[in-house]
Design a protein around this ligand. Structure first.
Ligand code: ATR
Length: 278
């Protein structure tokens, strides 16, 4: 009998995960199917109970359930605990185990762009919300020595830094402070929603003090290239959009569910096609 996988979020109508995972099931000859379920926050507990009863083999969790789902799971792995959010659940013989593949998915895609040496570079994270948290904790856990965090609300950057139990040197900065000293960084990562459709005319941080050759990674993939990345490219930056992180988190989830490594490039291609890119 085939295995069922899925996504729980609200809304999920535009999710590309079903295309990406179902394509890999077909390519690898796995008898599985992935479906997106729109679950209102008030129904989350019932939905998780439904998953148990129906024996769904694994699922992803997206906005707004990544934090709240934790209370309904049987176990949460160490990294997801540190991040405080779960995006992937494995049903292991009836036991629901939570993981977080968002941060690692980002790191995998960054390494594909620039190699393992990225972990030795000086980084600036823009934003201090949920997405920033996953990336920051994962990078700190992997041994990155220096990551500063710039955020509109500096206090939130301070809180994120204080919550990290891994050894790392970090300063919380205002956006203006970071803009003045941008030449200090070799990698700048936008984790905010600034520039995302429909507000495509905004940029999260100005780049005029950036060194040419700096890696600019934007976790946004809609639009596929934000105004910020276009600006960065014109100033000599090496740019990366959010498709890589999205595919990275999906590929790691797929591996947790099936024990098989999916075709990263194939997944990337299908997502780009869905987004109308090439
Ligand atoms: P996510 O889980 O997607 O990271 P979030 O936790 O709401 O979402 O975090 C959103 C991030 O984008 C925050 O860093 C937020 O800044 P604040 O902490 O000051 O709210 C940032 N952000 C969102 N809209 C912004 C805007 N218009 N200008 C500057 N920063 C913005």
């Amino acid at each position: 009998m085939g295995k069922l996988f899925g996504l729980i979020g609200h809304p999920v109508g535009h999710s590309m995960s079903p295309f990406m995972h179902n394509d890999q099931f077909a390519n690898l000859g796995i008898d599985g199917h992935y479906h997106a379920f729109d679950v209102h926050p008030k129904d989350l507990e019932a939905a998780i109970q439904g998953i148990r009863v129906l024996g769904i083999s694994g699922f992803n969790i997206t906005i707004p359930h990544k934090v709240n789902v934790i209370q309904y799971l049987d176990e949460v792995d160490e990294e997801a605990k540190q991040i405080g959010a779960v995006n992937t659940v494995v049903n292991k013989n009836g036991k629901l185990i939570g993981y977080n593949t968002d941060g690692k998915g980002f790191v995998v895609s960054l390494m594909q762009l620039a190699g393992d040496s990225v972990l030795h570079k000086k980084m600036l994270l823009v934003g201090a919300g949920g997405a920033a948290r996953g990336i920051y904790i994962t990078l700190a856990r992997l041994g990155v020595q220096h990551i500063d965090i710039a955020n509109r609300t500096v206090e939130k950057a301070n809180e994120l830094i204080a919550s990290c139990s891994f050894p790392i040197t970090s300063n919380a900065l205002s956006i203006i402070e970071a803009e003045k000293n941008l030449f200090n960084y070799e990698i700048i990562i936008n984790t905010t929603s600034v520039g995302m459709s429909p507000q495509t005319g905004m940029i999260p941080i100005d780049l005029k003090n950036m060194k040419a050759g700096t890696i600019l990674s934007d976790i946004i993939y809609n639009p596929i290239e934000t105004k910020w990345l276009k600006l960065g490219r014109s100033l000599g930056g090496v740019v990366q959009n959010g498709v890589g992180m999205f595919v990275g988190q999906g590929a790691l989830a797929f591996e947790l569910w099936t024990g098989q490594k999916p075709d990263f490039k194939g997944m990337e291609k299908i997502v780009r096609t869905q987004l109308g890119g090439n």
